[in-house]
Design a protein around this ligand. Sequence first.
Ligand SMILES: [Zn+2]
Length: 350
Amino acid sequence: MSNAPHVDDKSQSADLRPWIIGLPKSELHVHLEGTMSPALYAQIARRNGLDFSGEADAAFLCHDFDSFLNSFLRVVRSLQKPKDFADVVKAYLETATAQGVVHAEIMWSPATQRKFFPDLDLIATGRAIHAAMADARGKTGLSSLLILDMVRNLGELEAMLDIDLALQLRDYGVVGVGLGGDESRFPARDFQRVFERAKQVGLRRTVHAGEAAGAESILDAVELLHAQRIGHGVAARGCKEIVRLLRDNNVTIDACPTSNAITQALPKNEKHPLPDWLAAGLSVSLSSDDPSFFATTLADEYERAAEMALGRSELATIAKNGFAASFAGGEEKRRWLEAVDDYVARSTAP
Ligand SMILES: [Zn+2]
């Protein structure tokens, strides 16, 4: 743990904002569809001829997991052409750059679009997304990769189609697969063959677990699905065996505190376990999950962490955890880790 002064109230954490923005950061758990701003949603919906009336902001309102899912599925239906996805990614990467993000791993759920718009060319869409990512890299140096997030509710067959697509898009920034959707009704064990195949073909693996189900879901994600990262992991709080399992297997939790509060993955009267996890030596990174639905940004998540009485040293550790756990190449990871150390040294120099 750190000797840095702890920040223990909101005004002090707000003072840290410029330092947080300057800190080189990664964002590893962010859904492409959840980054679309209300303004961009209105623009895309209109140009696709959707019956669009009322305030775009209202479409993003949510107060628990069910209302989030309903809002999400309504908004996602506006995305019908490769350009729509490319525009969303372009806008997210611009925002990310302004937040001090130097590496992003964006999740995209092609199975949802396969269900809503079977005529959409998913390979062309993946290539359009990649072109937007390459363009951002050329302009600002921002690195980004794509993860195909499979949807539990749609079953094993659809997930296998996502693996096929991931392999077809390997030269277009797709580095791995994820698993999202309704964790409480569609358990990890139903996707064992899918993840076995993903591992065999060398796709990296992240799983939403311990968000809408208990600690056993995290255990299954690691032991049955070979998860290298866990999204949320809230159910690991207070569970020493699970924390030990994650630590021993070098599995990082991509924590999303604002999301957890709004979806009520974390009960209202409970504190987020982030400080406890760090104290236990667990690797934890921070992400915004679906920033447009949860009215947050990555910098906001770091501020929220500061409000949990975490100081600069812990925030820098979180940033380094993210780079170390990313699915990028070793050389880049080393460079980013050094950049964090340099930044901390420069910002604490007398
Ligand atoms: Zn998520």
